[in-house]
Design a protein. Sequence first.
Length: 754
Amino acid sequence: MNEQYVAEPHAKVLSRLDRWQKYLDSRQEIMIKDQEICFESAEGTEVIIAYYKDGCTEEERKTAVAHLNVKGNSSVWSTEDLSGSEKAPILHFTHDFLKKDPESDKSYRKKFERFTSGRSLIFSGKIEYKTIERKDGSKEKIPAFPSEIKIQDSRISSKVGEEEIPNTAKIDSLMKQYDQRIRESVDEVEKQKKAEIETLVDSFVKNRLKTLESEYRAEVRGDFLPECQKELDYLIEVKRKDISKEIADAEERTSADAEELAAVRKRKSDLIAELEELTSFVKKGTAKLLAAKSAEERSKLSKEIADKKKEVTDKTREKNNLEQKIVALIQSIPENNKVLETLRSKYEKIPEQFSLDEMLEKAMASTLAKFRKDRTEKYLNECKQNLHSKYEQLKSATQADLTVKRDKEIQDVLDNETRIRLHVFFRLDVDSSYESGSILQNVKEKMSDRKMYLYMDYSGDRAVIGRHNQALYFLKKGYVLNPFLATALFNKSTQKCIEELPIDKFFSPRLNDRQKQAVRRAVSSNGLFLIRGPPGTGKTEVIAEITAQLITQGKKVLIASENHKAVDNAFDRLPEIPSLRAVRIFGGFAAKKGEKNKFATSKLTRNFYQDIAKCLDDEIRKSSASTEYAAKLDSLIEGFRKRCKDLEDLKAKADSVLTEIEDKESEITRVNKKLARDIDDNSEYESQIFELKEAIKGIENGEQEAFETYCKDLSVKLNGTKLSVDAIRALYLFKKTDINKEFGSMTNRVGKST
């Protein structure tokens, strides 16, 4: 375009053309994305030679190709060459998907049904795309197709065949897993049985066995008592001798230290006397030294004084050493006395160091160990026998539970992982006059025993978009036959506003408000009227309604399209009214398939009377429907009134029940509080009982701490004097020992008499 072009304003026109180009590019992209949608074959694709026959017998139907459904019962695609049949190579395509819920499966089947009902292509690989440059310099993506197998139109089966293929590998795996789990559960039950037996045996050992052992200990104690008493006396005597020797040694050391202390003290007194004499001599010598006149005399006196001073120093050092030794000896006296006291105390307590009960326990240890072992083994066997039935039932219940779970999981696999295989058949676009072997060989070479992909055939759409791109390119360059086309398209001043005429009745009940507006504007327009919208927005429905409205105005309508399928769809949507007498000049796909044209001129009269009959039926149905609707409405209103009354009654009952529930909850809260207090009191009582039992046990065993804690307020007098706690404990232990001795002697006498 340039400034002399008839379309103004130029910039807006160019912008509009660019938007149109972008729209075509977007359609191209959408088609490319739709072209990428494909269905992959399940286990390769099979090509067979089949024979089609119309008007077959029941015997001939038995030879039908598996999963190939034919509309009606009079036709068949057979695997055998039937009399009067037509030979044709057909392609058997299978596709698998996982079985889910019925609604999803139904939706997927419908998607596959719709996909295979249109024109399809079979490729030996996935489609790839390459980019080419258009005449205007822009880029365009076009598909690069792998080797393909041409098929004729849509599938030849009336509906998609299907079969269910369960996931047998996973089911076998689940069977093995649950067999292992059952074995493990049996082992776990055995472990539980073993653990319970161990718990019971452990409880028996900690509780009941101790009682039995105490009884048995009392029975066999007399057998070991004499020997243990004899050994006890011997040990006490040996210990006393050792302690006596230590006491004698300590007394001897104490005596020696006392004698040495006396000698040291005497020596110290002597040294003090000697030091006094030496000091006196030094003083006198010093005086003489001062009075001496001759040097010889002074030298002699100086020497004597020095010697005496040295002697004083030595004596002083010795005296200091003696004083330190006296201090050490004086300090050792209390230590020696303490050692003596300790040894004498040990001597007195020698009987306390040895326990007859401990010696008896040690002597009876092996006998008691054997008793415990025997009784434990006996109780263990009893537990095994008592728990056998219980755990056998538990094994059976566990196995039954796992079996139910296994069956459920297997059912889940069957429900969720079962593959549904869809079967669809296409007639190949090859000459069937050749030999069957050569046909199959030619097709199999293209298939190459690999997965195949079923794509929708968009060759017609690509051709349409290509023509649109070419038309837009010619419009931009001005290569058009009508020089005023751009003016009509872009100059608003040449366009007249449409005055919408009212429409009393719409024939299609499925139209929405926007669609009705489009119909009114289309019917009211005098020239070209454009309607656009994405797929599925109801354009074909609007075209059918516009056709019916124009017919009621006494006009004739010609429906034309760039492909026959669109015309077929529009004719199928036309309302069945007497004033609309549709004639289909060319039947599109129906003509190719040899099917009858229901809009042929020969059927015009029959269709006219059928439309009249249908309109009369609709009017009669509307009249009867309104009466029936009124009766149903009255019934619904009465039902609603009854339900409202029932709801009021239920609300009153619910309020009563809620009040009762609140009362019960209050009572439960009160009981729970009392129960909590009782539990706390019970815990405190159990704690006190445990402490008292421990105290009694400690007193019975003669423990010092127990006597001091619980017997300090006990008043026991002997000859009018109150005994201390230690004295009471000693009397108790002494009395206990006497009782043990008496019991032992009585046992010996009884044994001798028998």
